[in-house]
Design a protein around this ligand. Structure first.
Ligand SMILES: [Zn+2]
Ligand SMILES: [Zn+2]
Length: 230
């Protein structure tokens, strides 16, 4: 069945059922992240008991952001193309990734510079030594902040649906990789002409040990341009 028709059918479940579906979806993504953590670094994947409230609130916030995004699509505020063209998919994927990385870099940079809002972000930074759970240790205001950047990004341009789906997979993958302790990227990555622009586990790990550096997420060039690269 066409994805467009499937999305329409999903909407017919009604708002309450949709919220439950998105809650389950986001919960499954957390479970998947933890499983990856277990596979890559079993001993380091320790549940941070004191952070349960942040994990639950992040789950609820992500559920709401998914719901709002879906409704914005149903109401035609977010318009997607379902064209199965490789050029369109690749172009839109690059565009979304660049826009999101820049917006998140600016948001993350100011979160650190403005004292009142740093109070919100500091919970994430209690994890100096990170593991996969650290990805979800976020204050609800911060999670909504990132969620708003995402909704804004998909509202301003009509992207290809497949690019949006691939971006979401890549975003989760990068969130997980950035918070593992074990760097799975090969040694040449940070020095090779082609790959040095793409961040690694060490890149975000360094941000957790030195909060004045590495505010970017997927790419290293914003930090290189703004002289905050380590
Ligand atoms: Zn930070
Ligand atoms: Zn982090």
């Amino acid at each position: 069945m066409e994805i467009k028709i499937l999305l329409g059918k999903l909407n017919s479940f009604g708002d309450i059922n949709l919220l439950w579906i998105f809650l389950l979806e986001n919960f499954a993504l957390i479970i998947l992240s933890v499983l990856i953590g277990f596979i890559v670094e079993y001993k380091n994947t320790i549940y941070p008991k004191n952070d349960t409230k942040w994990l639950v609130s992040t789950l609820l916030c992500n559920t709401l952001v998914t719901f709002v995004g879906f409704k914005l699509y149903i109401l035609n505020f977010i318009q997607l193309s379902f064209e199965k063209s490789l050029t369109s998919i690749v172009f839109d994927l690059i565009l979304i990734t660049l826009i999101m990385d820049f917006l998140m870099f600016v948001f993350h940079f100011y979160i650190h510079k403005m004292k009142w809002i740093y109070e919100i972000h500091k919970h994430h930074h209690y994890h100096i030594k990170t593991n996969v759970y650290s990805l979800y240790v976020l204050h609800p205001i911060e999670t909504f902040g990132f969620g708003m950047l995402w909704l804004f990004t998909i509202l301003i341009v009509n992207y290809n649906f497949y690019s949006v789906a691939i971006y979401l997979v890549l975003n989760l993958t990068y969130g997980i990789l950035g918070h593992l302790e074990k760097d799975i990227f090969p040694k040449f990555w940070s020095t090779n002409t082609l790959t040095k622009w793409i961040s690694t586990t060490k890149f975000h790990n360094n941000h957790h040990t030195n909060e004045t550096k590495n505010f970017g997420f997927y790419f290293t060039f914003w930090d290189k341009i703004f002289k905050t690269y380590e």
